[in-house]
Design a protein around this ligand. Structure first.
Ligand code: ASP
Length: 439
């Protein structure tokens, strides 16, 4: 059994957190490959080391004195080293970083040092080999991640190492320039490493006990999702639920490796298991609820729309010509509605309306702003009678007016459009009917 374990920034924010992490790793022999993030926030007002690096490098790039800021960053690492009683020094590393900053080595180089240095400390503390991600995580000249090349190099490199620490978030181009993934990208590195070593499990350790059924900002102490499929996860993440970087799913999904989200501060909890498919029946009919505000409905009316060949295409090309993607498109006999992101649409609304008039010649167009979309997701819905009925009766009891309903053919989700001001009430009503009343 081989496990790859990735630890997020809050799990490595100080020496105390490092000690918890080491205990987790040592308690299971199969936890052989470790992917650390940079030190995160120690409290709500703190600043992540990655952000300190970005700020510090901005000074360097502007030709200003950055040494004081860099010293502050070094202090964060020194306090971890001292707190763990390690006998290593990062003096030389920081000298090199200062030189590279002066030579304007790039924003990605600067940001990547957070993970790089944390990796050095973690390897020394655990007695594992340190492998610089720049050696084996490859990007092309345009900064695009090179999956196949990386997999080949990394597999070969890791085969030679029984236990190793590989810092997350970055890699390098062929010419050696450092390149990072987007923010939160250590999740992706963990996934790449898991695929490269053919791991049995990719454990992603963070500061929550897994994926929650609903946003804890709306529902007090929501239940944790025990098992979720990749497709369900995608639906929920798309609608705003975040725990894992979106791109972290692809490498392991292809290789059939499950991801287990775990809590460093509560290692006894099982967290959420993300799998390709499962016969494990979910505890509740629904797996999760997520949603987003800030949508506009563009309602288009035209008599005999149903019999006009190509009407839909003409309408959609008006959006395409203006570079606007649409979210949902429920339709009736003589009506059709296009849901778009308000932010994206606002600046171009009149161009889009005139393009629709020009291309599709509708009778009327009417806009409705400030809408929210809620996705109720669950593989269990397909085999359960009355799910939609329960959702809508719960919403009606909560006095929420439903403006749109869309159920995908996969029967994996039901999308409900409500007014933004009803958003929280709607989520509470759906959570109550499926979770609270079932407990
Ligand atoms: N340290 C990087 C960030 O703050 C990457 C990561 O933590 O995954 O985005």
């Amino acid at each position: 059994m081989v496990k790859v374990v990735k630890f997020g920034g809050s799990s490595l924010a100080n020496a105390g957190q490092f000690a918890k992490v080491a205990e987790i790793i040592r308690s299971d022999e199969s936890r052989r490959y470790v992917v650390p993030s940079a030190p995160g926030k120690r409290n709500a007002k703190d600043i992540k080391v990655t952000d300190m690096l970005y700020n510090c490098y901005a000074l360097a790039e502007a030709g200003e004195d950055f040494r004081f800021q860099l010293k502050k960053i070094k202090e964060r690492y020194d306090s971890i080293i001292n707190g763990l009683n390690l006998k290593i020094s990062l003096e030389e590393e920081f000298q090199k970083i200062a030189e590279q900053f002066t030579a304007k080595a790039g924003t990605d180089y600067a940001a990547s040092r957070g993970e790089y240095l944390n990796g050095i400390i973690m390897a020394a503390y655990l007695g594992f080999e340190f492998i610089d991600a720049a050696e084996a995580v490859c990007f092309d000249q345009n900064g695009e991640f090179e999956a196949d090349k990386t997999d080949r190099l990394l597999s070969a490199r890791l085969q030679a190492s029984k236990r190793a620490v590989i810092p997350g978030f970055y890699g390098s181009k062929e010419d050696g320039t450092i390149c990072t993934f987007s923010r939160g990208g250590s999740d992706i590195t963990g996934s790449i490493v898991a695929k490269a070593v053919g791991a049995d499990l990719y454990e992603n350790w963070t500061d929550v006990s897994g994926f929650l059924i609903a946003d804890p900002g709306i529902i007090e102490n929501p239940q944790v999702i025990q098992v979720i499929t990749y497709r369900e996860l995608r639906e929920l993440s798309y609608m705003g639920a975040t725990v894992l970087h979106e791109d972290a799913v692809f490498p392991v999904r292809k290789a059939g490796i499950p991801i287990n989200i775990r809590n460093t501060n509560a290692p006894e909890e099982k967290g959420t298991l993300i799998v390709e498919s499962t016969c494990h029946q979910p505890k509740f009919t629904i797996t999760g609820i997520a949603g987003k505000k800030g949508f506009v409905a563009v309602n288009i009316d035209k008599d005999m729309m149903n019999s006009e060949v190509g009407f839909g295409r003409k309408v959609l090309s008006a959006f395409e010509q203006n570079g606007i993607s649409f979210e949902h498109m429920p339709s009736g006999i003589d009506t059709m509605t296009i849901f778009v992101h308000q932010e994206e649409f606002e600046g171009k609304e009149q161009q889009v309306l005139s393009a629709i008039h020009r291309l599709a010649e509708p009778d009327t167009i009417d806009l409705e702003a400030n809408l929210a979309l809620i996705a109720v997701v669950g593989r269990g819905m397909r085999s359960t009678r009355g799910t939609a009925g329960r959702i809508f009766s719960a919403l009606s009891h909560a006095n929420v007016n439903v403006r749109m309903i869309d159920q995908g053919s996969s029967e994996l989700n039901i999308i409900i459009g409500v007014s933004s001001q009803d958003f929280e009430a709607a989520i509470r009503a759906i959570y109550d009917i499926f979770v609270t009343t079932q407990l």
